[in-house]
Each structure stands twice: as structure tokens, then as C-alpha cells.
Design a binder for this molecule. Structure first.
Ligand code: FES
Length: 165
């Protein structure tokens, strides 16, 4: 079957098995290997991408569900020459150890900070603002879908708080 959607601003039409996940299409057909495969079961967050601005685990999405959607991967939010504010903050704070979870962490945090900047009441509690991100357990909760086996959580959270300010 064929599915047409947009990835990082570029129109794509891919031919695929009906059971193929978005994660496998991104990595194996479109060569976007920044999105990582960890558990492949929706538990680690390494495969996080944005679909129409919302974070999803791409290992749990079928490619066939993407008709007409707008997908953003880690390759779509910055380049080595022009990093996003979050990417810069992760580098500055050493917000990683092995780095395998980093693309997923950054995609989740990108979505979370977008929610924060929109002040969307369905996503952001009244008490959440940038200074509180450091000590408010809410950030830990909002990032809880992204695991880091190296346990670099304090530096990851510090990097996100830095980018939010
Ligand atoms: Fe998708 Fe782990 S690879 S959640």
C-alpha cells in the first residue's frame, strides 16, 4: 500500500507493508536514523517524533495511519550548523551520557515547551512556568515517557529548564 504524508516539511509517498510502523518507515525507508529504536513496544520513548505537533511513540504508530499528517523528527528541528535552543542546551549542560535516548528526549521536550508557550490549559497546569520547571515534579512527570538508562535525568531536566528560560 501507499501512504502520503509530510516529513520535516518535505512531501513523501512511501510504499509499505500495511503492518509497517512509522518508526521503521522513518529509519529504513527515509533514512532518518536520528529516531531511535529502543524497546519497540512503547515503553522507552527513544522513538518519539511529533505528528501534527503532538509527541507520539513512532513504534506504536502504523505508517498507514499517517496519510496527510505532518511528521517532525529530530532531523527537522535543527541542523549541526543551526541547533535548536533545546539542542544547544543539551550540549551545554551535557544532558546525556551515551546519547541513545537524546533524540527522543529532545522531541518530547520540544512538544512540552510548545505546550508551555501556548499556555494550553489542556496540557499545562496553572502552576507550571519556566522557573518552576527546575523544582516542580511536573516536568519529571511530563517527561516520564522518556527513559534514560544512564540516569542522566538531572542534567536532562536542567537542559530543558535552561531552554525554557
Ligand atoms: Fe518506541 Fe521504545 S522504541 S517506545
Amino acid at each position: 500500500m501507499k501512504t502520503s504524508f509530510t516529513v520535516n516539511g518535505q512531501a513523501q509517498e512511501v510504499e509499505h507493508d500495511p503492518r509497517r510502523t512509522l518508526l521503521d518507515t522513518l529509519r529504513d525507508q527515509l533514512g532518518l536514523t536520528g529516531t531511535k529504536k529502543g524497546c519497540d513496544h512503547g515503553q522507552c520513548g527513544a522513538c518519539t517524533v511529533l505528528v501534527d505537533g503532538k509527541r507520539v511513540n513512532s513504534c506504536l504508530c502504523l505508517t498507514a495511519q499517517q496519510e496527510g499528517t505532518d511528521v517532525t523528527t529530530i532531523e527537522g528541528i535543527g541542523t549541526p550548523e543551526k541547533l535548536s535552543a533545546l539542542q544547544k542546551a543539551f550540549v551545554e549542560m551535557d544532558g546525556y551520557q551515551c546519547g541513545y535516548c537524546t533524540p527522543g528526549q529532545i522531541m518530547s521536550a520540544t512538544a512540552m515547551l510548545e505546550e508551555l508557550s501556548r499556555g494550553d490549559p489542556s496540557y499545562v497546569s496553572e502552576s507550571l512556568d519556566a522557573p518552576k520547571l527546575r523544582d516542580d515534579g511536573e516536568m519529571a512527570e511530563r517527561m516520564s515517557g522518556n527513559l534514560c538508562r544512564c540516569s542522566a535525568y538531572p542534567l536532562i531536566r536542567e537542559a530543558i529548564a535552561m531552554a525554557a528560560e
